[in-house]
Structure formats: C-alpha cells, structure tokens
Design a protein around this ligand. Structure first.
Ligand SMILES: N[C@@H](CCC(=O)N[C@@H](CS)C(=O)NCC(=O)O)C(=O)O
Length: 241
C-alpha cells in the first residue's frame, strides 16, 4: 500500500510535510482532509488520527500524527539528504532549538492573526476588538523579530549554511499571516531575504504551489460555506477571546 499523507494546504504544518515529501521525491497518495468543511471530525479520519488534526500519515498499518514527527520519520525512512536534519551535534541542536521554540511563538501568533484578521470577521461575522487585534499584531512582531535576531542572526539559514527542517517549519508559519493580508516582510529585509533563499532552495514552483491556497485565502473564503464551519465556532472563539 502506498504511503498516504492526509493534508489540507491551508494548514502550515501540512505545507511543510507536503514540501518535504515532494522535494525529496517521496512517493505518496495525497489524501485531502478539508479542515474548513470539518472532515477532520469524520469517522474515517478519526481512525488515522484521533487527535483530529492534519497532517497525518498512514504507512501500511502504521499511522502517525504531528508534522515534525512525520518529517523525521520520512527523513529516516527515505534517507533524505543530511542537511535536512544534520547529524553534527550542534547543527542538529540548532534545528531542535527552533523546532522546540516555534509552537508557542510564531505558530501560535501567526495562526491567531489568520483567524482574527480574516476568518473570525469574514466567516463568523464577529467583530474583533481593536485592542485584541493590536495585541495579536504585537505578539506576531515579537516572534518575527526573534526569528531574525536570535534564530537567523547573520546566517543564511537557521542551522547555518544549509536549509534544514527548521527553515521549512518556520517559513510556512511566516507565510500564514500573509494569507490574511499582513505584510510580515515590511521593514524586515533579513526575513525577506531568508524567505527568498528558502523558496529558491525548495524550488520556486513547489513553494508557490504549496502556498497558492493560503495566498488566495482572502478570495477563497468568499466561496466557503460558513454553515459547515459551525463546529469550529465555539472552539475558535474560546481559543482567541
Ligand atoms: N502540532 C501539530 C499541529 C496540527 C494542527 O494544529 N493542525 C491544524 C491545522 S494547522 C488542524 O488540523 N486543525 C483542525 C482542528 O483543530 O479542528 C502538527 O505540527 O502537526
């Protein structure tokens, strides 16, 4: 049975897994889980990932959730090039440092912006108070500053001279607020130059293909059936307010 990868490219961790698998020519069946339509709550997906989040994979009888665990599994299984997850102790520690930091920082803050700027007002029809929006933007900015000043410094990539899993996990999160119309690169030449390097290393075509849904999000949500998102509503409002 072919490797099955459950994805929705609206999602940042799904994009990192998608780019990683494609870039490394790992053969897989793309199984779309439409998060906006609530497919993660369906019976079939529950058998793949009881956490009910994408991405997830099924490799024969083996199911795995969590993007980082998935990419590490694929890296080992398919023997991907060393630079993704270097064996050098300190380079690997740099990758791990970023992967450990990002969950509660850029991931949380970039996702929040996507919801408060786009999804909550446009889909749920709930006005976001200005002070909440300002605080969310401030949190996002503090994470972007840390990416530039702590994780990149004067290096081309997070772990040094070469692209690693850390850059991939970072770039998909940095792109999420862009989908909501926030120009995260304004006044951030170092961040923009790094994004351009990551895009070039990954391949512009693949990078752009993976991001086309999120970058079209402002148009796409006009076509979304908001009634299918009612399951989300209490959870999202609880998360962000
Ligand atoms: N830590 C997980 C996060 C996965 C996650 O939060 N996925 C979101 C999309 S970005 C999801 O499936 N959300 C659906 C829901 O919460 O109902 C990973 O890295 O894979």
């Amino acid at each position: 049975m072919a490797l099955e990868v459950y994805l929705d490219l609206f999602s940042q961790p799904c994009r990192s897994v998608y780019i990683f698998a494609k870039k490394n020519n790992i053969p897989f069946d793309f199984k779309k889980v439409s998060l906006m339509e609530g497919e993660q709550y369906g019976e079939d997906f529950g058998k793949i990932n009881m956490i009910r989040k994408a991405p997830a994979i099924r490799d024969g009888d083996f199911c795995l959730a969590e993007s980082i665990a998935i990419m590490m599994y694929l890296a080992e299984k398919f023997g991907t090039p060393e630079h993704w997850y270097p064996s050098d102790l300190q380079k690997r520690a740099r990758v791990n440092e970023y992967l450990s930091w990002q969950h509660m920082a850029i991931r949380m803050h970039g996702s929040k912006i996507f919801w408060v700027k786009l999804m909550i007002p446009k889909i749920m029809g709930v006005e976001v108070p200005k002070e909440k929006m300002d605080a969310a933007l401030e949190d996002l900015n503090s994470s972007l500053t840390l990416i530039e000043e702590k994780f990149l410094q004067d290096r081309p990539f997070i772990a040094g001279e070469q692209l690693s899993l850390a850059d991939l996990v970072a770039v998909v999160e940095v792109m999420q607020p862009v989908g909501a119309g926030v120009d995260v690169f304004e006044g951030r030449a170092r961040l923009k130059a790094w994004r351009d390097r990551v895009r070039e290393e990954v391949g512009a075509e693949l990078f752009d293909e993976a991001h086309q849904d999120i970058l079209a999000a402002q148009d796409m949500i006009k076509k979304l059936d908001a009634s299918k998102m009612q399951g989300f509503r209490p959870k999202i409002l609880r998360l962000f307010f």
